[in-house]
Design a protein around this ligand. Structure first.
Ligand code: SF4
Ligand code: SF4
Length: 63
């Protein structure tokens, strides 16, 4: 399980990370993204690499 860190101040809810995540870990709520299924995260960092606002990152350590 990975530590998924979302900066909700920066997230604009564009959904890019949701669309790119291969494991359906993320979902949109009314304004920002949130973690729906942390257990399924494989740490591929597609979300982190493609977020245009640097609003999501994956921690270095497994949690
Ligand atoms: S790609 Fe970035 S700004 Fe867009 S919903 Fe995901 S975390 Fe938020
Ligand atoms: S690191 Fe990969 S599996 Fe985990 S939330 Fe981001 S895109 Fe999804």
């Amino acid at each position: 399980m990975k530590d998924i860190i979302i900066n909700t101040s920066w997230c604009k809810g564009c959904g890019i990370c949701v669309a790119l995540c291969p494991r359906n870990v993320l979902k949109l709520n009314e304004e920002t993204v949130e973690v729906a299924d942390n257990e399924s995260c494989i740490g591929c960092r597609q979300c982190e690499y493609h977020c245009p606002d640097f609003a999501i990152r994956i921690g270095e350590e497994d949690v």
